[in-house]
Ligand binder design. Structure first.
Ligand code: PMT
Length: 402
């Protein structure tokens, strides 16, 4: 039994070279226990034979919205209702553009409008087409509407280019779908704003003050929240890790920029999670030339940065606000103090004096505090911590709404 057992997957195939891999994709999905029906676009038929797809799926392949015989067998509305999940692989730039604008000029795009099932796209296209601002804008719109994306992968392309745009391998698509189905869609319809990573406070044009946050913890929360169905808006300081696939990303440097980006997103935010390691201070003066060495001591003075978390919590229509506490001693006492002082619903504390958890490590061990309770999460990967933390947040959030 896998997470895809008895899941009805409607596989839409559009016209890209990667379509030749789809008979294998059907086999991989069926090996996980899924029932697969296939819809091809006109141009997909240039790359893969419907007969081969019929053979591997065990079902007639649909390709025409206006074919009376096909409509009599299983009409397009019936097909849309049958699906537990609609996967388009490969998804071309043209298909993404059509979905963005709600076009319904063939069977597949019509099904996308007619289904209430989650839609997952595995894009495949030339790297320049993927990078094109029109495609990136379509990606953002579709993500904000709750469409999920798998890939594209990086690598050598059929046209000889190298870069992002290869369809994920069939096995990886099947595995990723199974993993996503395992996570319940408990944040569906909710907007979650998350801060992650460090901030950099500039001393002069070439120097800054920062900290060791890698962004891993915040990115793990963003990734899991998006998989739980949330519309995730991530505000990240400068990091060197891959960004998760979420609805919207703002990249910032300073605490003030992070505050501005957060406040732009806060109006329709249901849950705010402040995981960023925000610098509490910035240099009093911003010097616009490089400070030169001299023999005398250098003294810098600092002023307080705005407190992003406290600002969000004090907002008139404040979302459910979750903070983090990075402590090296008296963890419980300092965390509870921040919970009260910053008027938060919940705070997740980690002991950052330990080398194997906290800053920059792949693991963490959080203790979560709320007004009348607490729960410790034993040490595990940041992904697992994120999942368990979000489960606690959802339970407390739902309690508060009822
Ligand atoms: O990024 P990683 O390498 O994965 O590391 C993860 C982490 C250790 C950074 C993370 O788990 C963590 O503890 N984040 C909070 C770090 C921190 O700044 O803690 P703090 O105790 O100093 O701040 C308390 C809370 O106030 C935090 O939610 C912080 O985001 C917020 N804050 C702090 C200062 C400020 N000016 N504005 C804020 O919003």
């Amino acid at each position: 039994m896998t997470a895809l057992t008895n899941t009805n997957i409607l596989l839409g195939i559009t016209g890209g070279i990667a379509a030749y891999k789809t008979p294998d994709l059907v086999r991989k999905l069926k090996a996980q226990g899924a029932n697969v029906r296939v819809v091809v676009t006109e141009s997909a038929k240039a790359f893969v034979s419907p007969l081969a797809l019929q053979g591997v799926s065990g079902n007639t392949v649909s390709d025409d919205l206006l074919d009376p015989a096909a409509e009599a067998a299983m009409g397009h509305i019936e097909l849309a209702r049958w699906a537990d999940l609609l996967l388009i692989a490969p998804a071309t730039a043209n298909t993404m553009a059509k979905l963005t604008h709600g076009l319904a000029d063939d069977l597949l795009t019509t099904l996308c409008l007619a289904t209430s099932a989650p839609i997952v796209l595995a894009p495949a296209m030339n790297q320049q087409m993927w990078a094109a601002s029109a495609t990136q804008a379509n990606l953002e719109v579709l993500r904000a509407r709750g469409v999920s994306f798998l890939g594209p992968d990086q690598g050598e392309q059929a046209c000889g280019d190298v870069g992002p745009g290869r369809m994920m391998e069939p096995e990886d698509i099947a595995m990723a779908l199974a993993e996503t189905r395992q996570i319940q869609q408990t944040l569906s319809g909710k907007t979650v704003v998350i801060t992650a990573g460090p901030t950099r406070e500039h001393i002069d044009p070439v120097r800054y003050m920062s900290n060791h946050s890698s962004g891993k913890m915040g990115f793990a929360i963003a990734d899991v929240a998006q998989k739980m169905g949330a519309n995730v808006k991530l505000v990240s300081g400068p990091v060197n890790i891959d960004f998760p696939e979420v609805s919207h990303i703002d990249k910032v440097n300073t605490a003030q920029e992070m505050l501005d980006a957060v406040m732009n997103q806060i109006d329709d935010c249901d849950i705010f999670i402040g995981c960023a390691a925000v610098a509490d201070y910035r240099p009093t003066e911003s010097v616009d030339h490089k400070i030169k060495k001299s023999n005398i001591e250098l003294t810098l003075t600092f002023v307080r940065n705005p407190d992003i978390l406290a600002t969000v919590a004090a907002n008139e229509n404040a979302p459910f606000t979750v903070g983090f506490a990075a402590e090296t001693q008296n963890v419980a006492q300092y965390a509870r103090d921040k919970l009260q002082r910053k008027k938060l619903q919940l705070i997740a504390a980690n002991d950052v004096s330990q080398k194997d958890i906290g800053f920059n490590s792949d693991q963490n061990a959080l203790t979560v505090y709320w007004a009348d309770g607490e729960q410790s999460l034993p040490k595990s990967s940041k992904s697992e911590q994120a999942k368990q933390l979000l489960e606690i947040i959802i339970e407390r959030y739902n309690n508060e709404q009822n």
